[in-house]
Write a protein that binds this ligand. Structure first.
Ligand SMILES: Cc1ncc(COP(=O)(O)O)c(C=O)c1O
Length: 371
């Protein structure tokens, strides 16, 4: 990489600072109004976010909580998952998809991936035992797995389907929205997400009123009426967080369109280079939470991009079953496809505030590496 090929300005990997630059006046207005109101937990913005998140997923209920991780944990325990249960989970995901299972007292059973980096249901079938209670499916990177295939798998095995759509908030498969599949679904408003909170935040969505009511209890110390009826947690979404999420939701459609345009520009610009992309089912309306490319000498490419001033990340370095945290449940060489994927993956910057010029600079740096 020649020195003159360094980018001429700083390219952000995530869009959070760009969101603020675009919306600083209304964000600060809302911040002032929430603080002035004195109500900084629960309240109208939390209710508004819950209504909008439920509507986007086509669900009856949404419960806002302190993080996506808590949303997953509550989704599991409100579905009755607990000690002695096995839960199938893809071997490639963020750690919270599997740690929530351990936190619920159950055992994560890691399932290898298919070419689209989603779960391989044929492998999952071989891992079903009499103790299998659920499939916790993750729609990764902004794409979605065929809901009908997931539902068939769950129904034919007599197990629950729980959806982690932290990375695919707003994605669709045909007419089916992410968050609409299975008994209960959990999402995240972590600052790196498509709708990023100023801090942590998450929500679970469901059509089941009992699951929703229990999740509301669990987020507030097990409180029902004036009584504390079960062991609960303190996992509330701050009102300020909800006010900012609500504001960002106003821009969700236009920001998503821009993400798609950025992804298309990358795809066109990288055509003819040795890098490939994970295949995407044509039924998927991708939300491009991450833009993942695959290439054998990924580390050399990442180093060259860094020298050119372009930030990259790796999602993820190793399959979940290799994480020391899950050592006790690891099976030898259980996920060869995931292992191969993790050695070849590299994520390029993607968010709605990248200009065409930014994207062209990234493309030029990748092409320059191969020239
Ligand atoms: C797939 C997936 N599941 C769960 C989470 C956990 O969400 P949070 O960071 O809000 O706890 C994240 C993101 O951080 C994620 O990417």
């Amino acid at each position: 990489m020649l020195p003159h090929m360094r980018t001429d300005h700083h390219i952000e990997f995530f869009g959070c600072a760009g969101d603020y630059a675009a919306l600083s006046v209304p964000m600060l207005d809302r911040t002032a109004s929430v603080l002035a109101s004195g109500q900084v937990l629960q309240g109208r913005y939390v209710e508004q976010v819950e209504a909008r998140v439920a509507a986007l997923a086509g669900r009856r209920h949404a419960v806002a909580v302190g993080s996506g991780t808590d949303a997953l944990f509550f989704a599991l325990i409100c579905s009755g998952i607990g000690p002695g249960d096995e839960v199938l989970v893809p071997a490639v995901s963020f750690v919270a998809s599997a740690s929530a299972i351990v936190r619920a007292g159950a055992v994560p059973v890691f399932v290898d991936i298919g070419p689209d980096i989603g779960i391989d249901l044929a492998v999952a079938q071989r891992l079903v035992t009499p103790n299998t209670r659920a499939l916790l499916h993750v729609h990764l990177f902004g794409a979605m797995t065929d809901p009908a295939a997931l539902e068939r798998f769950a129904t034919s095995n007599g197990i629950l389907l729980i959806e982690d759509y932290a990375q695919s908030f707003g994605a669709r498969y045909g007419s089916r929205a992410a968050g609409s599949i299975g008994k209960v679904s959990a999402t995240s408003f972590d600052p790196t997400k498509v709708i990023g909170a100023p801090g942590s935040g998450g929500a679970l969505v469901t059509d089941d009123p009992e699951i929703a009511a229990r999740a509301r209890r669990l987020r507030l110390h097990g409180k029902s009426g004036n009584d504390f009826i079960e062991l609960g947690y303190n996992s509330q979404m701050p009102s300020l967080t909800a006010a900012i999420i609500d504001l960002k939701l106003d821009h969700h459609d236009s920001w998503s369109r821009r993400r798609r345009a950025v992804a298309e520009r990358y795809k066109d610009g990288l055509a003819g280079t040795p890098v490939t992309l994970p295949p995407v089912d044509p039924q998927v309306t991708h939300i491009w939470h991450k833009f993942v490319i695959l290439w054998d000498r990924r580390d050399a490419l990442a180093a060259a991009l860094q020298a050119a001033g372009i930030p990259t990340r790796i999602h993820y370095h190793q399959p979940l079953d290799r994480e020391p945290m899950f050592h006790a449940v690891r099976k030898a060489d259980a996920s060869p496809a995931a292992t191969e994927y993790c050695g070849r993956t590299l994520s390029l910057p993607i968010h709605s505030h990248l200009s065409d010029h930014d994207v062209d600079q990234v493309i030029a740096a990748v092409r320059g590496f191969f020239a």
